[in-house]
Design a protein around this ligand. Structure first.
Ligand code: ADP
Ligand code: ZN
Length: 219
């Protein structure tokens, strides 16, 4: 299966991706996680990306598209994958179309995660993330079993620098300007599956499982 998760920053894409990975074994590709891993290791790519990420801006397409193409060229992606945080612009979506065509692959569904900006602002202030494996947590409603320690890999659970309130506002603005047009782009292709994540990820996930069954993507 080849899946795209589309949603605002802090909409819960990472949490939903992690659940879909557990349920269906889908390879989870998060461009945000790849950037953060590069920033942690201090690579040239990481240093370039950091200047944009810290301001709540998008990393330029010229950097992001090549990085994503490298990742989906790995052998573990041959049978499909799930994209979390890519595409985020129309040029990225168009570049992806080209890459998939070359590989004789096609998108099965685009999960649209629905949530209000107000709910996002309140959730992101409590959001924490594992700096080793990227698993997400929330101090209020999804804390790790041991404070500061990842349940999945034992790595350190931290508060991301770009989850500061001012940066979150900038990221939401960027989302509405640059990423929201993708909803229309994929709607026209009949690929959108809505998932309501305003109340809880349980509701969103049950809608996703039902839509997969309905579309014959799972048996
Ligand atoms: P969130 O979905 O919560 O915003 P991510 O971890 O997906 O968080 O992304 C963090 C940051 O990484 C983004 O704010 C952006 O600066 C950068 N980034 C991630 N994916 C992309 C992308 N596809 N294009 C450009 N920038 C990206
Ligand atoms: Zn972890």
């Amino acid at each position: 299966m080849l899946l795209i998760l589309l949603g605002a920053p802090g909409s819960g894409k990472g949490t939903i991706a992690s659940e879909l990975h557990k349920t269906y074994g889908l390879v989870h590709i998060s461009t945000g996680d790849i950037f953060r891993a590069n920033m942690k290791e201090g690579t040239a790519l990481g240093l370039q990306a950091k200047t944009y990420i810290d301001k709540g801006d998008l990393v330029p397409d010229s950097i992001t598209i090549g990085m994503l193409e490298d990742r989906i060229s790995q052998p573990d992606c041959a049978k499909g994958f799930m994209l979390d945080g890519f595409p985020r612009t129309i040029p990225q979506a168009e570049a992806l179309e080209g890459m998939l065509q070359t590989r004789s692959q096609k998108i099965d569904a685009v999960v649209r995660i629905d949530i209000s900006d107000e709910e996002i602002r309140s959730r992101v202030s409590g959001r924490r993330v594992c700096s080793s494996c990227g698993e997400s947590y929330n101090v209020d409603f999804r804390p790790p079993k041991t404070e500061g320690v990842c349940d999945v890999c034992g790595g350190p659970v931290i508060h991301r620098d770009d989850d500061k309130p001012e940066t979150v506002m900038a990221r939401l603005k960027t989302y509405h300007e640059k990423t929201q047009p993708l909803i229309d782009f994929y709607e026209k292709k009949g690929l959108i599956l809505p998932a309501d994540n305003e109340e809880s990820s349980k509701i969103a996930l049950s809608q996703i499982h039902a839509a997969f069954a309905d579309k014959g993507l799972i048996s």
